[in-house]
Design a protein around this ligand. Structure first.
Ligand code: GAR
Length: 203
């Protein structure tokens, strides 16, 4: 029998991507266990969803730390006590230090609500609408020190409609996120993708 992979999921808020991952892991019987959900905001809604699913939750509140380096060190310590094979950023809205990112090189994924390299940062749906792109979407990528960039694992596209608002466009993108992120994570834990020399390789 294959060894169960250990996943730690990092969230900051609502946790809908985390929930999609929890559901897919159970429904598809992944050879993986979500060993912890770690959050930087004590009031985040996603914490309740995780504990209702019987998953250990940890809060590392960024407001309790003087600077990014000390916060990231505390976050790494919290992660490492669960010895994960993969760290999953699921709406984790903190800029991470290079030192932190390097520690999880090749074993940390992120989802971003745009077709990277377009529209890194925040408010991606309003960026898409004001730029007039006809196609928008979401990207799963390995995390590198470059914010919202990194070797791309998966993308899904959404057509931008004439009368779209930030909310309508965002909800169609989110639906795609909930489909591509669990699939990409499953591909990683089942050994179909890896990061080699800064590039995604498929086996
Ligand atoms: C998602 O749309 C995710 O792609 C985005 O935050 C949202 C979190 O929602 N992440 C980023 O913008 C990362 N730069 P969720 O908590 O319901 O998954």
């Amino acid at each position: 029998m294959r060894a169960m992979k250990r996943l730690v999921i990092l969230i900051s808020g609502r946790g809908s991507n985390m929930q999609a991952i929890i559901r897919a892991a159970a429904a598809e019987q992944w050879p993986a266990q979500i060993v912890a959900v770690i959050c930087n905001r004590p009031q985040a809604k996603g914490l309740q969803i995780a504990s209702d699913a019987g998953i250990a939750t940890v809060v590392v509140d960024h407001q309790s730390y003087a600077d990014r380096a000390t916060f990231d060190a505390a976050l790494a310590a919290a992660i490492d006590q669960f010895a994960p094979d993969l760290v999953v950023l699921a709406g984790f809205l903190r800029i991470l230090t290079t030192e932190f990112v390097s520690r999880y090189q090749g074993r940390m994924l992120n989802i971003h609500p745009s077709l990277l390299p377009s529209f890194p940062g925040l408010a991606t749906h309003s960026q898409a609408l004001s730029s007039g792109v006809k196609v928008h979407g979401a990207t799963v990528h390995f995390v590198t020190p470059d914010l919202d960039h990194g070797p791309i694992v998966a993308q899904a596209t959404v057509a931008v409609e004439e009368n779209d608002t930030e909310a309508s466009l965002g909800s169609r993108v989110l639906e795609q996120e909930h489909s591509i992120y669990p699939q990409a994570i499953r591909d990683f834990i089942e050994g179909r993708i890896a990061l080699e020399n800064g590039q995604v390789v498929r086996t």
